[in-house]
Design a protein around this ligand. Structure first.
Ligand code: CA
Ligand code: CA
Length: 115
């Protein structure tokens, strides 16, 4: 009986993990579809789901009908720059330390041009 319960719990855990992975994969693909011209730095960050998972950016997405376009006018990370502006300028709308005018980001942007 205990073995059956363990197998059942294992099956539930596998299904839960698969569901989460599917949802995350969908969010990522939606983002990539929404911003096909996003810079390589942001695209790489989005492909690494942990980049924005658990951030206010993700929460704003969930709270606004799961629409990336709907949150372009928000400032999810509170750095004073709107999400859409940040994406257009290759800074991270989920990271307050990443913003247009930050010298380190400017240097990263220049380096990315040469890669
Ligand atoms: Ca921002
Ligand atoms: Ca930012």
């Amino acid at each position: 009986m205990q073995k059956s319960a363990n197998v059942l719990m294992l099956m539930i855990a596998i299904i839960a993990m698969a569901t989460t992975a599917q949802a995350t994969h969908g969010f990522k693909n939606d983002w990539l579809d929404q911003y096909p011209d996003a810079c390589a730095t942001l695209t790489a960050q989005i492909n690494n789901c942990s980049a924005c998972h658990g951030t206010n950016y993700e929460q704003d997405f969930l709270d606004n009908g799961e629409s990336w376009a709907a949150i372009e006018g928000l400032d999810s990370d509170g750095d004073g720059q709107l999400n859409g502006y940040e994406i257009a300028n290759c800074t991270k709308p989920w990271d307050a330390s990443s913003l247009v005018g930050n010298d380190e980001n400017t240097w990263s942007g220049i380096k990315n041009l040469w890669r």
